[in-house]
Design a protein around this ligand. Structure first.
Ligand SMILES: Cc1cc2nc3c(=O)[nH]c(=O)nc-3n(C[C@H](O)[C@H](O)[C@H](O)COP(=O)(O)OP(=O)(O)OC[C@H]3O[C@@H](n4cnc5c(N)ncnc54)[C@H](O)[C@@H]3O)c2cc1C
Length: 386
């Protein structure tokens, strides 16, 4: 095994895998090392994190380029947004946005698995690619022209904090069964504690993915409730639009906050995905943004290392730094917009202050009655800023 590589990617989550796949698709001759904490076989991932993730239409287009679109991904045709106990609601439909779908829902583990599969296929034509599994601490250090950090992580579990906000919220995720769901409809209901989302799942029309954001202490308490008590609180918070809540399974808790790096590159190192920014899930943007990071970085690095034969660690430094600076500049607007919108929604739509509740009623009504604003917002969520 070579001990020096043009590129080393640290982190085999969805963003690290996607970046490796795009890099090798564009430049199969690249000497690339992927350091992955997960074992080589898929078994632990298959039974792992099953939280529902909203993938934007833009992410679908990107994942399709490497044949990494997960198999079972129900489409969202409309999104219903409302707030508990106050006026104001908005309905976004695929027809008004002239799209086949507003987004799709997959489970974290299914996205992870489909990306692993895609990378294995691409690997067959990549003679200088090394995929090292089951990495443990201390992470081995290799000589490289460019180190890509894709270690991801969850809020409060990361070993770095730079700028951001603790919303003092946690999310309970799980799978709920309801009496009468509307096919292909996603629901986002703003409660005084945080947003409560119900998203389609591939498990059947009346089985939905729950992401219920609430105050941290209240969420921890709800996690421990028995099923009947939990369903009763959920019903009270969401209301009766879907009939009766019948069951909940696979409950898990995640702390929520914003943690982002002001600078995403330094020397020959670059940070992408959750290693660069960890967002509140209110707008379902974290992974979508991370995939856009991975795609653009792969494009720039593949181009830089096009002439693999001329690759020399010692002479490449300035060019790598310039490429990473260029990458950071190109990502700045999309990052700023996505972080900004997500932070705004997480704060404004969860404030219990009466004037804020009133203005968000107006905001939802405005969204409903001013299609250009609604379309602009939806487009940012679907494709990001390019
Ligand atoms: C409740 C909740 C709901 C969400 N919903 C959505 C949604 O609807 N839409 C959306 O787009 N996003 C959503 N997100 C965000 C999304 O999950 C993340 O943005 C996404 O998982 C980031 O992917 P990643 O690969 O950067 O990081 P991760 O998914 O954290 O993966 C990182 C990987 O790197 C590994 N690793 C860590 N350190 C090292 C190391 N030193 N060496 C090697 N490997 C290492 C880890 O083990 C892990 O496998 C949600 C998040 C939460 C918490």
């Amino acid at each position: 095994m070579s001990t020096s590589y043009a590129v080393v990617i640290q982190g085999g989550g969805p963003v690290g895998l996607a970046c490796a796949a795009w890099l090798l698709q564009k430049n199969p001759a690249l000497s690339l090392l992927l350091l992955d904490r997960n074992p080589e076989e898929d078994q632990t991932i298959k039974t792992g994190d099953g939280r529902g993730i909203a993938l934007s239409h833009g992410s679908k287009l990107l994942l399709d380029t490497i044949d990494a679109w997960p198999d079972q991904c129900p489409a969202i045709h409309q999104i219903h947004v409302s707030q508990v106990g106050r006026f104001g609601r908005a309905l976004m439909t695929r027809e008004e946005l002239k799209q086949e779908a507003l987004g799709h829902i997959s489970r974290y583990r299914d996205i992870h698995l489909s990306l692993r599969k895609a990378l294995r296929t691409i690997q067959k034509n990549a003679p200088h690619f090394v995929w090292q599994h089951a990495i443990t601490d201390p992470v081995p250090v290799f000589e490289t022209a460019c180190l890509v950090h894709a270690e991801g992580g969850l809020f409060k579990e990361q070993d770095w904090t730079e700028s951001g906000r603790d919303y003092q919220q946690s999310a309970i995720v799980g799978t709920v069964e309801v009496e009468k769901a509307i096919p292909h409809q996603a629901w986002e209901r703003f409660t005084h504690e945080g947003p409560l989302a119900l998203l389609p799942s591939h498990l059947g029309m009346n089985t939905l993915n729950l992401v219920w954001c609430g105050l941290s202490d209240a969420s921890k308490r709800r996690l421990e409730l028995n099923e009947a008590e939990f369903l009763s609180e959920l019903q009270n918070s969401f209301g009766n639009r879907l009939g009766r809540f019948k069951s909940i399974s696979n409950r898990r808790l995640y702390d929520l906050g914003l943690n982002y790096r002001k600078e995403v590159c330094e020397g020959n190192e670059v940070w992408i995905g959750n290693a660069a920014q960890t967002l509140h899930p209110v707008a379902g943007q974290g992974l979508n943004l991370g995939l856009r990071d991975a795609y653009l970085l792969a494009e720039k690095l593949a181009e830089l290392f096009k002439e693999q034969k001329e690759f020399r660690l010692s002479t490449q430094n300035n060019m790598v730094e310039a490429t990473l600076q260029d990458y950071a500049k190109s990502r700045a607007i999309d990052r700023r917009a996505t972080i900004g919108i997500t932070d705004f929604l997480a704060r404004v739509f969860t404030s219990p202050l009466a004037p804020v509740e009133l203005s968000r009623g107006f905001a939802l009504s405005t969204l409903q009655w001013l299609p250009p604003i609604k379309t602009a917002l939806a487009r940012q969520m679907m494709f990001g800023r390019r």
